[in-house]
Design a protein around this ligand. Structure first.
Ligand code: ZN
Length: 120
């Protein structure tokens, strides 16, 4: 198979997308792409750029977040921290509510006691 200048340039410019993607784009076999790449010393190792932090990574981006693994971990940690804050706030509200109720019960008890004294 004859490689045109266009194809060779495409190979160089899209090397980070991997052999399969280039083969599909140029309509040739993966093997042909690999042979040309090795002939011209082009690395076909697939790379991804994380849209969140801008780092280039050799590991696929998360299918869930579309980010690199570090960004995905950070986002998960942020979510957990948010959950912890919400739970802590709930506990504080419950404690406040319990104290308030306790205070009211005490007042009620004292008021009843005063009433009983007057009735005697
Ligand atoms: Zn990232």
């Amino acid at each position: 198979m004859y490689w045109t200048t266009y194809m060779l340039r495409y190979l160089e410019e899209h090397a980070d997308e991997g052999a399969e993607a280039i083969a599909e784009a140029l309509g040739c076999s993966v093997h042909a792409v690999e042979v040309q790449a090795s002939r011209y010393g082009v690395s076909l190792r697939k790379r991804w750029r994380c849209p969140r932090c801008g780092m280039v990574t050799f590991r696929p981006l998360s299918t869930v977040t579309g980010w690199c693994s570090n960004c995905t971990k950070e986002a998960r940690r942020d979510r957990i921290a948010e959950e912890v804050r919400a739970l802590e706030e709930e506990v504080r509200r419950q404690e406040r509510e319990d104290r308030e109720r306790q205070r009211l019960y005490s007042r009620k008890h004292r008021a009843k006691k005063k009433l009983r004294k007057r009735e005697k």
